[in-house]
Design a protein around this ligand. Structure first.
Ligand SMILES: Nc1ncnc2c1ncn2[C@@H]1O[C@H](COP(=O)(O)OP(=O)(O)OP(=O)(O)O)[C@@H](O)[C@H]1O
Ligand SMILES: [Mg+2]
Length: 290
């Protein structure tokens, strides 16, 4: 059950193991007044690896990746990039170091075009000095081509992002991260609001990002979404890490149980049975109640 096993399963493991992880968190503590959001969490992710960060609501997943993406600073603990300690005081600084984050509540402008969303202020320009202006023709070409490389067929580069499906919007953010040379891609609940098919689309891009050598951190509390694409799992429970597990060592059911705790699952099952009973007792219960 050691973290290092994650590297040893891949081809070329000898060299991968000699290299430090792309990103490492050591003993991260984050408190808000008396609330302990994180209580000494450690995690390491290597290039070409998908680390699934799992845990129930309020476990501390978003807090942990906010530390890594410069949104908040930890109360104590260390962040290392390729073995070097770093400290990010802003999201921009984390970005500059190659950390691309797609946050849980996706910061996307629904009325903006796909192209503008892809570049978000980093559009290519032509000319110089006072004659410098956006090169929108190039921007459109790049956005359509990059999305195409990830398998998304953008028919109109000026189409508003708000008219895309939830899955496609996530994909704009992912392909943008890849294009701008991110080394670490962090996705906070990218599939939470999606149906089965759209979630599948997003998970396929996660696999593509890994194939391109990115270190991916995928946050979810849906084990069924996490399991197929994950190389390893880090499980958070109430602000502490329950450990990192390599996929070959744990089954889907084991992950699920570690995530929620057996006791809690049993309690939930009992509660659901009660609901079912109450439903049967209701007049006309079980049918369309309205
Ligand atoms: N700004 C804040 N002030 C006070 N408490 C906070 C703050 N941010 C987070 N917390 C607390 O820290 C804990 C962890 O929150 P976090 O958002 O990291 O959970 P999460 O694992 O991402 O949950 P979810 O699955 O619901 O997104 C929660 O108990 C939350 O209330
Ligand atoms: Mg969260």
């Amino acid at each position: 059950m050691a973290t290092s096993g994650a590297a040893s399963r891949r081809p070329g493991a000898a060299s991968a193991q000699a290299e430090p992880p792309v990103v490492e968190l050591r003993d991260i503590v984050k408190t808000y007044g008396r609330v302990v959001a994180l209580n000494g969490v450690s995690m390491a992710v290597r290039a070409g690896e998908v680390m699934c960060l799992l845990g129930d609501n309020g476990a501390g997943k978003s807090t942990l990746i906010k530390v890594l993406s410069g949104v908040i600073t930890a109360t104590s603990g260390e962040v290392l990039l390729r073995g070097q300690p770093v400290r990010f005081d802003s999201p921009r600084e984390a970005q500059r170091h190659g950390i691309a984050t797609v946050h849980q509540h996706l910061a996307i402008q629904p009325l903006m075009s796909v192209t503008r969303n892809f570049f978000l202020g980093r559009e290519p320009t032509v000319g110089w000095g006072p004659f410098r202006r956006l090169d929108m023709a190039k921007a459109r070409r790049v956005a359509v081509a990059e999305m195409g490389r990830m398998g998304i067929d953008v028919r109109d580069a000026d189409q508003a992002v708000g008219t895309m499906s939830g899955g496609e919007r996530q994909c704009v953010a992912i392909s943008r991260a890849v294009y701008f040379g991110a080394e670490v891609l962090i996705l906070d609940e990218p599939t939470a609001a999606l149906g089965v098919r759209q979630a599948g689309v997003v998970l396929r891009y996660v696999a593509q990002a890994r194939a391109r050598g990115l270190a991916v951190i995928l946050i979810t509390h849906n084990v069924h979404h996490a399991y197929p694409v994950a190389d390893a799992f880090t499980i958070l429970r109430r602000g502490t890490s329950y450990g990192t597990f390599v996929k070959s060592e744990v089954t889907r059911e084991e992950v699920l149980r570690m995530m929620s705790g057996t006791e809690e699952l049993d309690a939930l099952e009992a509660e659901l049975e009660e609901f079912a009973l109450a439903d049967q007792e209701r007049p006309g219960g079980g049918g369309e109640g309205r």
